[in-house]
Design a protein around this ligand. Structure first.
Ligand code: AMP
Ligand code: TRP
Length: 334
């Protein structure tokens, strides 16, 4: 039996993924590789919709790939590839640009947020059409499932609208994909501001645990995590956000329910909780960091794995693009 297709993507916009990316997205992507024929794309063409330092972009693209592989994305099961290695992404994006309304694109809230920050003259046309390139990323692979965070819901709706529009104007061409919104329970908060989501744009680096952090750094950050003064190890997101975050991290890493962890630690101090959480985080991340660094020491091997992913992605993407061009009435080259 053939497995259904799945596609998801991430921008190569930082040197390290963080614990939130790992627990909120990556572990779920790894788990989905068995039920799906999965395509995971590092979207470098999306990254350049805002200014990038070329050296850093190059480095961060390889670093992102290395961390995904190190965390368990298996190149024998899934296709892990770089968007710019598959020309059909830019080609289909053009076609989709031509069936997207100007007003429709103007309603994308992520564009409104991002462009407001920089001012109209600092926003590129590429940033405006970002969601349309994302629709192309998805539709080329005929996926049924697209696992993303809640913030991507609107882009997935646009993708579905464009697919249905194309199908109804030009004949059945695209599978209509569905967003699989990743578990909110896996939401990880900043260690210093435990009411804010852990994010790479954290104000204080102590609030952020990176996959590529050294064990001693991780332990230090967890030991200085903000807690409260009542001394009770109890999950209460509203009144005890710091302790709840530590319990949430511990539970996500060990698979143990929060209630069981609370019971096991009742009567202990926050120091004990922090030490146990630090050990669990280090135990989970240390093999990933080590393996990612090994992969980065051999960029030729990493590039070979990415080329293998691109070859498989190109096959699927080319097939869809051919059908799109033919259905549009473009002459097939001989
Ligand atoms: P981003 O770094 O915002 O592009 O996020 C990439 C993916 O990681 C998103 O789709 C989210 O599902 C996940 N993610 C990001 N931050 C967190 C967090 N603090 N907790 C849980 N998941 C997160
Ligand atoms: N816009 C997504 C994000 O910021 C990244 C992305 C690009 C993506 N293309 C995609 C996600 C296709 C899922 C499918 O997280």
């Amino acid at each position: 039996m053939t497995k259904p297709n799945l596609l998801s993507g991430m921008q190569p916009s930082a040197a390290s993924l963080h614990l939130g990316n790992y627990l909120g997205a990556l572990t779920q992507w790894v788990a989905m590789q068995d039920q799906f024929n999965a395509f995971y794309v590092i979207v470098d063409l999306h990254a350049i919709t805002v200014p990038q330092d070329p050296k850093l972009l190059l480095e961060n693209t390889r670093r992102t790939a290395a961390q995904y592989l190190a965390a368990g994305l298996d190149p024998d099961k899934s296709s892990l590839f770089v968007q710019s290695h598959v020309p059909a992404h830019a080609q289909l994006a053009w076609v989709l640009n031509c069936i997207t309304g100007f007003g429709e694109a103007s309603r994308m809230t992520q564009f409104k947020d991002k462009s407001q920050k920089g001012g109209a003259d600092n926003s590129s046309v590429g940033l405006f059409t970002y969601p349309i390139l994302q629709a192309a990323d998805i539709l080329l692979y005929q996926p049924t499932a697209v696992p993303v965070g809640e913030d991507q819901r609107q882009h997935l709706e646009l993708t579905r609208d464009l697919a249905m529009r194309f199908n109804s104007r030009y004949g059945e061409t695209f599978t209509i994909p569905k967003a699989e919104i990743l578990k909110e329970t896996a939401k990880i908060y900043d260690l210093q501001v435990p009411t804010a989501k852990m994010s790479k744009s954290a104000h204080d680096p102590k609030g952020l645990i990176n996959l590529m952090d050294e064990p001693a750094q991780i332990t230090k950050k967890i030991k200085s995590a903000v807690t409260d003064t009542d001394g009770d190890i109890r999950f209460d997101r509203e009144n005890k956000p710091g302790i709840s975050n530590l319990l949430g991290i511990y539970s996500a890493l060990t698979g143990e329910p929060v209630a069981k962890i609370e019971a096991g630690l009742s009567g202990s101090g926050y120091g004990t909780l922090k030490a146990e959480v630090a050990d669990a985080v280090v135990a989970a991340l240390e093999p990933i960091r080590t393996r990612a660094n090994e992969l980065l020491e051999d960029p030729a091997e990493l590039d070979r794995l990415l080329a293998k992913g691109a070859a498989s992605a190109n096959q699927t993407a080319e097939k869809t693009l051919k059908a799109v061009y033919a259905n549009l009435g473009l002459v097939t080259p001989v």
